[in-house]
Write a protein that binds this ligand. Structure first.
Ligand code: 13P
Ligand code: SF4
Length: 362
């Protein structure tokens, strides 16, 4: 049966039966399968993950596991990262191939190569620029960074990675999320005057040669369409309506939002922060809705609010539903793997180098 036919059949099956099928397939397959689940996954899928985490923790787990099959309940760049970090005898499966990340698509090969070429007209980037890419990027951009002496970072280790990068070369070209780069640099005390934004739609990224020569940090103009929905006025309203509330923000939020927050950190760091707070502390959180809802249920003694009055949900993370997870497990059981993510060997070599540079920093 094709995956499409199997999925159609599963969508006609009551969800309770699907949950039962997943349970039974998981126990039949045992250690052969490792299910990794990102914090933004919907509850029905998240409950089946063997390991849950932010993108850093899930990349570390992928690098460690010897399971022959890894089902990545997350988005495409996460499954690519897992494929790069696992052996040729291991298969990484993304249950729904349409689960992408719009931010990762904001820096394509042509734009990145043009940027490097244009920088070469002003400075010698191979001597003075460390390219750093947020893990939310294509395998090809990770490979570009690896080949040019650069490195990958996540929202959980960005500061350490920027320190390493400036230790090697005087400038950083940071892809593709302007906000993670900017928020991290500001927290490190880098002044505005030393940062410029590179708009790939404009010649020289919209900068003068003098500004490029002066810049310590060149920020690619990319963003997360979910986190950009949070606004600083949402924090003002929360503080007015709930005196004493703590505001927590993911660093993909804009600088203006992060400046209103009491704490800025990755999904894993936000969870740790809430779990370690004294009972009775209340929070307004600026990150994806599924995670915020889970925290609300997990910590009933700590009131949790969603920072925005609008629904900010990652629709691609939400694509992975129990039906797709069940189909992925069925394909493994039947020895007819579908939705496998395979990074081309040439990209893999350099992308692995940029990821290993990150993982080796601890
Ligand atoms: P974390 O690295 O914090 O898990 O975030 C990943 C992500 O895609 C946030 O939008
Ligand atoms: Fe990408 Fe934003 Fe979704 Fe994270 S929340 S996976 S950055 S679109």
């Amino acid at each position: 049966m094709t995956t499409q036919a199997l999925l159609s059949q599963l969508y006609d099956t009551p969800e309770t039966d699907i949950i039962e099928q997943i349970r039974s397939l998981k126990s039949e397959l045992g250690d052969k399968v490792l299910i990794l689940g990102h914090h933004y996954q919907r509850e029905e899928v998240f409950a089946f993950a063997d390991v849950t985490g932010d993108s850093l923790k899930l990349a570390q787990k992928a690098a460690e596991t010897s399971a022959p099959y890894i089902i990545f309940c997350g988005v495409h760049f996460m499954a690519e990262t897992a494929d790069i970090l696992t052996g040729d005898d291991q298969a990484v499966i993304l249950p729904d191939l349409a689960a992408g990340c719009s931010m990762a698509d904001m820096a394509d090969d042509e734009q990145v190569n043009r940027c490097w070429r244009e920088l070469s007209e002003v400075i010698n980037p191979d001597e003075c620029v460390t390219p750093v890419t947020y893990i939310n990027s294509t395998a090809s951009l990770k490979a570009f960074c690896g080949e040019h002496g650069g490195i990958v970072c996540t929202s959980g280790n960005a500061r350490r990675i920027l320190e390493w990068s400036w230790g090697n070369r005087e400038k950083i070209l940071f892809f593709p999320d302007q906000h993670l780069g900017e928020n991290t640099a500001l927290a490190m005390g880098i002044p505005d005057a030393e940062m410029i934004i590179w708009d790939p739609a404009l010649p020289l990224g919209g900068n003068t040669p003098e500004a490029i020569e002066k810049a310590k940090l060149i920020l690619w103009k990319g963003f997360c369409s979910v986190h950009q929905l949070f606004k600083p006025e949402h924090s003002d309203t929360m503080r007015k309506n709930h005196p004493g509330i703590e505001i927590l923000a993911h660093p993909e939020c804009s600088r203006e939002v992060c400046e209103t927050a009491d704490f800025v950190g990755s999904t894993e760091m936000i969870i740790r922060h809430v779990s370690e707070a004294p009972s009775g502390t209340s929070f307004a959180i600026a990150t994806e809705l599924n995670l915020v809802n889970r925290l609300r249920l997990q910590f009933p003694d700590k009131p949790v609010w969603f920072l925005s009055p609008m629904v900010c949900m990652c629709s691609t993370m939400f694509r992975t539903d129990p039906q797709h997870l069940c189909a992925a497990l069925t394909s493994i059981r039947d020895g007819d793997i579908t939705h496998q993510i395979t990074v081309p060997a040439q990209q893999k070599r350099w992308a692995k180098l940029s990821l290993e540079r990150m993982l080796n920093l601890g």
